[in-house]
Design a protein around this ligand. Sequence first.
Ligand SMILES: [Zn+2]
Length: 376
Amino acid sequence: MTEAWPALPDGSRLALREILIHGVLSRAEIARSLGLSRASLTRAMRILVAQRLVVEVGTDVRGATGRPSELLQVSSGQWEFLGIKLTKDRLYAAVTDLGGRVLALHEEVIDDTNPASLAERIAAVLERLRAAHPAICAIGVSLPGDVIVRAGESVVAASVFLGWHEVPFAGMLEERTGVASFTANDVHALTAKEHWFGAGAGRGSMVLVTVGEGLGLGLIANGQVSTGEHGRLGRIGHLPVLGGGPDCGLGHAGCASSYLPSPVVVRNAGHEGKTYEQVVELARDGDEGALAAFEDAGRALGVLLATAVHIADPSAIVLTGDGLPVYDLARAAVDDSLRAALAPYTEPVTVEVQPFEFSEWARAGAVLAIRRLLGE
Ligand SMILES: [Zn+2]
């Protein structure tokens, strides 16, 4: 029987959060950043060590006082987490430790997105991975849909891709597996993962933009993931970007979806029938239609990023997704249109490119479970 995650008093929980985000911290640094007294910190840390959540890894004498201070980091191997990313036809799984490090990966094809069958499926994946990872204590599922919390229960209000409406999937999964389970919108979960363990680690504000078959945006404001009233924050697919362009299919001439989604780039390049990867290759070989389509997509992306800066004032933008070749092939177009769309007095913003892998979305599910257990 797997051990359940322990209930932690606030001081311990906040100290653990600090250590998770920063990797290794000294007692003095934790006390300073949380404003804890020596006695409170000692109490908080004693609980974390007793629960095998953190371990001491030597001492540091850099502090202002010159006194040695013990260094702490999260323990590995004691507590493990299963992250799942669902798409309409595949399931990606990752097992991580408390520090978000990936210990195992698994993926399989799914042919039935019915919630009960998927809960069954995930339970089977859990059993399989538990053979080598008996310390899995929670499951986080990241999925393409609107996830809201209603009366303390997390509910998937809608998912077009999975064909779900009002599905209390976390509760269903918890009932089926007996393991604490959580759900979140996939882009919001990926944003949260980057915020704790990726390009945005330690930042108070950040925007993540994904470009691929679809478009998405996640927002960290005041150190928290924003989800919006209906779990739909960041639906940027139909933001107007370059007026007068091709119809996106919904009657918008020149919205983000008229230029940026991978299938649209293929169509705008005049290479319908080819794959996105083939069109990327054609552009690299100098094909004019392909280059023009990427150029337009790049200009659209620049406007999109500028819009995100205007609305969110982030300290950085993290750009990811399987449509990243647009940033590679049309970098100048992205940068020029981003700069042109910003007011002249706006501070320049860093764009950090995060290479795309589906396993990162599954890892985001595991990080979601860790965050929820820490009360985020
Ligand atoms: Zn549109």
